[in-house]
Design a protein around this ligand. Structure first.
Ligand code: MF3
Ligand code: CO
Ligand code: CO
Length: 277
């Protein structure tokens, strides 16, 4: 989702403001039956990505991927959350999944564009099952991709999994951001500032905002029963982005490659449950 703090403070201090300005009073704490609901939604979202994987090959269009995902979702009685999604000030998202190719950072709109060998693509799906949202995305390589693209994908995945590894009650949002930022930057890559992970559950996007950069110990502390995503967007070049005129597609300003992985998580008494594993 859009990083609200980053956009409000469009000056040079945007980074350190992000966590400080959140308080945890609006974060929903969920119970055991809510965990059951998220398990079902998360599992189905993950299964959708498994289903689409063999189709993600040179020659398919991103709209054909969308059509296959939409039909699979509907057949299972679930709802594709992106379709018609229109948070305040946005035009409704016109498709059921996001497909972000090469230098597209996130929220790419499926189109008649055909995938070709060497492309990298993120497919981001969010399914609503019995009112609960499961939100997950993965990267796919089309045939043999450049070594740098492969490295970007691997590092982005490691960023997500290292962040998940530290999730438990008491971990702060700054701890999460720091793990991601330090791993990305030591690999020569950059962390996108304009979009962040988000609370979810019965709603698609809610508090807290999970920014993917930060300092250890800063920001609010996690509590058992919080549900949120971690979804780092890592660029091969600079972190700056540009919005296209369609109102949704974000691209890297320097047209460098961008990668992203996303999981939906629940904080447990001792650690974390990955609903979209
Ligand atoms: N799934 C995206 C996320 O991770 C949100 C997509 S909103 C859409 O938050 F409208 F672009 F689909
Ligand atoms: Co998300
Ligand atoms: Co998503």
């Amino acid at each position: 989702m859009i990083n609200p703090q980053h956009h409000v403070h469009s000056d040079s201090c945007k980074h350190s403001h992000a966590e400080e300005e959140q308080d945890d009073s609006t974060i929903v704490i969920h119970n055991a039956s809510d965990f059951d609901g998220m398990r079902k939604a998360g599992r189905l979202a993950s299964q959708l990505l498994d289903y689409i994987t063999p189709f993600v090959k040179a020659g398919i269009t991103t709209d054909e991927i969308n059509t296959l995902c939409h039909a699979w979702t509907i057949e299972r009685g679930a709802v594709p959350a992106p379709l018609g999604y229109a948070p305040y000030g946005h035009i409704p998202f016109p498709k059921s999944v996001c497909t972000s190719v090469n230098h597209v950072v996130c929220h790419g709109i499926p189109s008649d564009k055909r995938l070709v060998t060497g492309d990298i693509i993120n497919i981001d799906v969010t399914l609503i099952v019995d009112g609960w949202h499961g939100d997950t995305s993965r990267m796919f390589s089309i045939g043999k991709v450049p070594l740098r693209a492969e490295k970007l994908i691997n590092v982005t995945y490691e960023c997500l999994m290292r962040a998940i590894d530290i999730v438990k009650p008491g971990t702060t949002l700054g701890d999460i951001g720091h793990v991601i930022q330090s791993h990305a930057e030591k690999s020569g890559f950059s962390v996108v500032r304009d979009f962040c992970g988000h609370g979810l559950g019965r709603s698609f996007h809610s508090a807290p905002s999970i920014v993917h950069y930060g300092k250890p110990g800063e920001g609010i502390a996690l509590k058992e029963g919080m549900f949120f995503t971690i979804e780092p967007m890592i660029n091969a070049g600079k972190y700056n982005i540009k919005m296209l005129d369609d109102g949704w597609t974000a691209v890297t300003r320097d047209r460098s490659l961008s990668a992203q992985f996303e999981h939906t998580l629940g904080v447990t008494a001792n650690g974390v449950e990955i609903f979209t594993a």
